[in-house]
Design a protein around this ligand. Sequence first.
Ligand code: ADP
Ligand code: MG
Length: 249
Amino acid sequence: MNYVNPNFVLMVEGLTVSFDGFKAVNDLSFYVEPNECRVIIGPNGAGKTTVLDLICGRTKATEGSVKFKGQELLKMREDQIVHAGVGRKFQTPSVYEDLTVFENLEISYPKGHGVFGALAFKRDLEVIERIEQITQTIFLTDALDEKAAYLSHGQKQWLEIGMLLIQDPELLMLDEPVAGMSVAERKKTAELLNRIIQDRSVIVIEHDMKFVEDIATRVTVLHQGQILSEGTMEHVQADPKVVEVYLGH
Ligand code: ADP
Ligand code: MG
């Protein structure tokens, strides 16, 4: 892609990280549009998780640029990046087991400052409304008062997505969200992602090709820290290079 679309939510250019001389991500460039669901696929060790670590500021890049709505993320701290509107979900679910679904969402609601009296009351209503809206999106309406410990693995994953959604990120990044889920849960997660990209962009790392087909706007195939192929699902699936290093196995 050589054109520059000013509407890109995320512009990654020449991104490189070197771990003791080993380039886990090597001169990577890709661009994400609003309301796009970009799926990153590729063999183990291709550098997929590292790309998300670089974008969210957890790992420091050696070179390159990551612009989110025009702001250079590589110069920002992890908390500043979250505040700017980039949410990130890690591979293992991390919800508070002893808290209910409602409470997990409540503590994830972005803190305002200095609200008192009637204003605080109005805010409480606002929070409750938002939590109800989110629990519908993540299929947990009937489990609002359930402790997270009693949820299934899939439901915990959805709850964690909900905890990110309540912060209303413009870019949401998910690392293998359907790993360990049943076929039915995968289907519902695809439905969930298709719903949430109405209001934001999503980057998903995934292996399950059926799931990828259900959600991807575009697919980026990573191999040895570089792009092997990129385009629609049909395009990358038909690419002989992709079949050779990834899909053929
Ligand atoms: P993927 O998610 O595609 O399976 P990763 O991004 O986790 O791959 O890893 C890419 C490569 O970078 C692997 O060879 C991994 O061992 C290496 N790597 C990742 N993080 C670090 C680190 N902090 N230090 C050294 N090597 C790392
Ligand atoms: Mg990974």
